[in-house]
Design a protein around this ligand. Structure first.
Ligand code: NAD
Length: 367
């Protein structure tokens, strides 16, 4: 039976979800709310949604499923608004916020005595882009789409959500909201703090030491890439997961103190262990075994600086889809080859390694 879906917030995430829903359910009616006219117009023109409004409350009673794809604070505000609207019996309400405990507990509070099925959600894909103009039907492909059930999530809620979102081609998993916030504080929120802190420290240092800018290369780029993330989103993430993130900061301070002491004492063993342990831990980590949220499969090729060498490699890879090609800069201390090619999956990577090894005598490294 065709359903009516209401997406509030036609930004990158909301508009990409609309495209994914349309892919598998072209008969569903998708209603969209957006504050600014620009994203409403784009979403209508590109057929992502069927009808648009700037009055959030007006479409809410029509929907079988409502997805809030707004910044975290607005998600909380809109949950409160929904509680005072006469919604369809048994409506499913979900969201897309990057932190989950506050959103889930707010929904449990406001919808406690209503006929609402609420399930928190965090699609683990995105980019630095914003707005409906950046929407991409493949944004969530193979990415984790995390559901954080609440006391208002009945057994059929997740089944209906998975069916609705099947066209996203995401990997659906369920996890408790608090555990979600703990895990993401360690692998996402705290690394963002580190990246921005490191960037800030380096920028100040470079004012006195100009060469710092020039020598910064692969390792520095890898460590600071996420410092270019959208500041508003990260401010709201930190503010909605404060305790957990502060624990991570405290823990890290202890680790910094330990290595500082080892350096101060000149303790060669401890310093060696510090690096060796991390190296072994990283090698054993899942990140090497499968594509993480935004990971790619990288091949490094030590090509000589000769005419047409890159064309020759690309010719060998004809027919294989490449995600990225990069020529590493002068400082290559921490990378494994001059030419770095990224692939979408492990099969393409293996195939490329084999073809290049068989047809050239260049050193090929997978990392
Ligand atoms: P976006 O900036 O592209 O879109 C945000 C949407 O919220 C827009 O439609 C905007 O009009 C609307 N909005 C902002 N402030 C509003 C207000 N005061 N009142 C009404 N509407 C308002 O952002 P996005 O990337 O689509 O993020 C949406 C949600 O998804 C956020 O909660 C974010 O944490 C989460 N998320 C983002 C990513 C990512 O990498 N971009 C990944 C996973 C989850």
């Amino acid at each position: 039976m065709a359903k009516t879906i209401y997406i509030a917030g036609l930004g990158l995430i909301g508009a990409s979800m609309a495209l994914g829903i349309k892919r598998d359910h072209p008969d569903y009616e998708i209603l969209g709310y957006n504050r600014s006219q620009a994203s409403r117009d784009i979403a209508l023109e590109r057929g992502m949604i069927d009808r648009a409004t700037d009055d959030f409350a007006s479409f809410a009673p029509l929907a079988d499923i409502i997805i809030l794809s707004l910044p975290i604070q607005q998600t909380l505000d809109f949950i409160e608004k929904l509680a005072s609207i006469d919604l369809k019996e048994g409506v499913i309400i979900s969201d897309a916020g990057s932190t989950k405990s506050t959103i889930v507990s707010t929904a449990e509070k406001y919808f406690a005595d209503k006929s609402v099925r609420f399930v928190g959600a965090h699609p683990m894909a995105g980019s630095h882009k914003t707005g409906a103009a950046s929407a991409d039907v493949n944004l969530f492909e193979n990415a984790y789409y995390i559901f954080t059930p609440s006391s208002l999530t009945t057994s059929d809620t997740l089944e209906e959500m998975r069916d609705l979102l099947s066209g996203l081609h995401a990997r659906f998993i369920e996890i408790d909201a608090e555990e979600h916030d703990r895990v993401t504080s360690q692998i996402s929120h705290f690394p963002h703090i580190l990246a921005s802190g490191l960037m800030g420290q380096t920028a100040s240092y470079a004012e006195e030491h100009e060469m710092a800018r020039r020598f910064a290369a692969g390792g520095f780029r890898d460590m600071t890439r996420i410092a270019e993330s959208e500041p508003g989103m990260w401010t709201s993430i930190l503010l909605s997961n404060r305790e957990t993130i502060m624990e991570r900061i405290e823990d890290f301070k202890g680790r910094l103190d330990e290595i500082e002491q080892a350096i101060s004492k000149g303790d060669e063993n401890q310093i060696w262990n510090f690096f060796n342990q991390a190296r072994e831990q990283r090698q054993a980590m899942e990140i090497h075994k499968r594509g993480g949220v935004d990971s790619s499969y990288d091949l490094y090729i030590d090509v000589p600086d000769e005419e047409d060498v890159i064309l020759r490699i690309l010719e060998l890879l004809r027919g294989t889809s490449l995600v990225n090609i990069h020529i590493n800069e002068e400082n290559r201390e921490d990378v494994h080859g001059i030419l770095q090619i990224s692939f979408k999956n492990a099969q393409d990577l293996k195939r490329a390694e084999q073809v290049i090894t068989e047809n050239t005598d260049y050193t090929v490294v997978i990392k």
